[in-house]
Design a protein around this ligand. Structure first.
Ligand code: FAD
Ligand code: NAD
Length: 465
């Protein structure tokens, strides 16, 4: 048995864990990171990155298909259209491969020791890892738990065979002819739209009476319209019961009590993710829980001294950039810096068609918080750049305090709007007022002008509507 000691041990090399380890290494902290799969975690290997690669490929294919059919106003024609899906997937795997190798390289450059295997706590300061070459014991002054999350399985639709999770959907060998998607949340809609564009007949079954319950209906309405244009059938208020006895058809109960039958070659179940709180010896520790998540304070400290937790295992929002920000903060705390969680803005971006961005408070959230607000909205149909891109659907909306014009939240929906999320976040994080945004020169012609115009609209004098 081999034994090592270190000042900081990080369990899990997803965005939370690897960022924490890199920053700790940069700060000269003697750091070890343990990962049982590949560096980069869910995000780089089976989440954010491969899904966005597939979404982009599907977009390109669909746009070209529209051209082939002569369905574009610019008069572009393309002939002999086909997609070699094997090559699409190989291209996607190439991207994740480059990124995971990159993370391994960055860890090495920061002087972090990487141990490959499943970590398990023996006690609060000792972890054992089953590696390929035998057991490794690691004694650490501080431990960061960054074990992430896993897809929720429905008891009546256990994963296996044609019932797949997002991981299965991102490694399909062929585009399924008929795809049923259970859950109209982030993953169901991002991947459901991508497969619809790749040619699948997609049916989405959602238990609630609306899609993307996280966002208000004004923001989701353009996505609902696009789903309809893509021929995606969306069954709202519909509860899945399981597969038919011959395994061919997904059975569900519609809101009106009628049984719905959805013939499917693959059934993608995307009904949320659960924190990975088992399989690493939590039973050996005394960690307080916050529901199903590990309880943390504003420094990501758990209820045990010297043990921190970050990322999806600590709760919502389960987003890669939140995990990374927590990871960076914890490394600095371990190095002795005075840090605590003081972030105002965690942007949420849904990579649907069109994309949705939300930063800070929505109008309803601001009102619920007791604020008197001013709201202004600017449509992309009045934005020159959006017209030149043939993507006039959507808008930017600004929510500000009525009294002093402090910006409380910014939301938007539109093609490519994910790239505006940084501008929105900076405004909220830096405490911008409407006048700051309206007084900033936004380059012409860009979609970002819609942001300045939305601020002007909130002030009562937009120029281009
Ligand atoms: P993870 O990335 O889950 O990493 C945890 C790591 O810990 C894993 O590598 C795991 O193997 C390892 N591990 C667990 N237990 C042990 C153990 N006992 N020993 C050793 N290693 C262990 N978020 C976004 O912000 N933007 C997106 O566009 C986005 N798209 C997504 C698309 C999909 C399809 C999915 C599934 C998720 C997406 N997410 C997205 C969410 C994002 O992937 C997660 O929020 C993020 O990966 C969380 O990071 P983490 O470090 O907490 O955990
Ligand atoms: P989600 O929470 O976004 O959506 C789940 C959906 O499934 C909800 O609409 C819910 O009402 C529905 N649902 C739940 N039980 C159901 C049932 N029995 N039948 C039918 N519908 C049911 O979950 P997800 O799409 O699995 O994504 C998980 C998490 O991953 C997200 O919450 C997010 O944190 C992260 N993620 C983020 C991004 C991004 O940032 N762009 C992309 C993908 C995933």
């Amino acid at each position: 048995m081999k034994e090592i000691t270190c000042k900081l041990l990080v369990i899990g090399a997803g965005p939370g864990g690897y960022v924490s380890a890199i920053r700790a290494g940069q700060l000269g902290i003697d750091t070890v990171i343990v990962e049982m799969a590949k560096p980069g975690g869910t995000c780089l290997n089976i989440g954010c990155i491969p899904s966005k690669a597939l979404i982009h490929a599907a977009d390109d294919f669909h746009r070209t298909a529209a051209m082939a059919a002569g369905r574009n106003a610019m008069g572009i024609r393309a002939e002999n259209l086909a997609i070699d899906f094997g090559r699409t997937m190989a291209w996607k795997d190439g991207i994740t491969g480059r990124l995971t190798m990159g993370v391994a390289g960055l860890l090495k450059k920061a002087g972090v020791k990487m141990v490959v295997g499943r970590a398990r706590f023996r006690d609060g300061k000792t972890v054992e890892v089953e590696t390929e070459t035998g057991q490794q014991v690691i004694r650490a002054e501080n431990v960061v738990i960054a074990t992430g999350s896993a897809p929720v399985e429905l008891p009546m639709l256990p994963f296996g065979g044609k019932i797949i999770s997002s991981t299965g959907a991102l490694s399909l060998a062929q585009v399924p002819e008929r795809l049923a998607v259970v859950g109209a949340g982030y993953i169901g809609l991002e991947l459901g739209i991508a497969f619809a564009k790749l040619g699948s007949k997609v049916t989405i079954v959602e238990a609630l009476d609306r899609i993307l319950p996280l966002y208000d209906t004004q923001l989701t309405q353009p996505v609902a319209k696009r789903l309809s244009a893509l021929g995606v059938e969306v069954l709202l208020g519909t509860k899945v019961k399981g597969m038919s006895s011959n395994g061919e058809t997904l059975l569900a109960d519609a809101a009106d009590g009628e049984e719905r039958r959805v013939a499917a070659d693959k059934v993608l179940v995307t009904v949320g993710r659960k924190p990975v709180t088992e399989g690493w010896g939590r039973e050996e520790l005394e960690l307080d829980m916050d529901g199903r998540y590990l309880r943390i304070d504003d420094q990501c400290r758990t209820s045990m001294r010297g043990i921190y937790a970050i990322g999806d295992v600590t709760g919502e929002p389960m987003l890669a950039h939140r995990a990374m920000a927590q990871g960076e903060m914890v490394a600095e705390i371990v190095s002795g810096k005075r840090r605590s969680w003081d972030r105002r803005a965690i942007p949420a971006v849904c990579f649907t068609d069109p994309e949705i961005v939300s930063v800070g408070l929505s109008p309803d959230e601001a009102r619920a918080a007791g604020r008197e607000v001013k709201i202004g909205q600017f449509p992309f149909s009045a934005n020159g750049r959006a017209m030149t891109l043939s993507s006039e659907e959507g808008f930017v909306r600004v929510v500000a305090r009525a009294d002093n014009h402090l910006v409380l939240g910014i939301q938007g929906v539109g093609a490519g709007i994910s790239e505006l999320s940084a501008a929105f976040s900076i405004a909220v994080e830096m405490g911008a007022r409407l006048e700051d945004i309206a007084g900033t020169i936004h380059a012409h012609p860009t979609q970002s002008e819609a942001f300045a115009e939305a601020a002007l609209k909130t002030l009562g004098h937009a120029l281009h509507v």
